[in-house]
Design a protein around this ligand. Structure first.
Ligand SMILES: [Zn+2]
Length: 79
């Protein structure tokens, strides 16, 4: 009878250990959902990743220099 109790206890411990190992293989913080969020460029309308966008005055802009309002103000004007 004690063998059966020991066997059940051993299975329970093994189950607990395997569950802990399996949980460590899939950490919850592996992918940050905010890094995959798409935003729209306020100038050209292109959808870009929020992490790659440029935020100016609360508006998102893509990496295109023509879309960046701060860089277009400094564009030389040739006649
Ligand atoms: Zn743009």
């Amino acid at each position: 009878m004690t063998r059966i109790i020991l066997l059940v206890a051993l299975i329970a411990v093994l189950y607990y250990v395997i569950k802990r190992i399996a949980a460590s293989w899939h950490p919850n913080n592996a992918l940050d959902p905010t890094q995959k969020k798409l935003v729209q460029c306020n100038s050209c309308g292109t959808h870009i990743l929020e992490s790659e966008g440029i935020v100016i005055h609360g508006q998102y802009y893509c990496n295109n220099p023509q879309c960046n309002p701060e860089s277009t103000q400094n564009t030389p004007h040739d006649d």
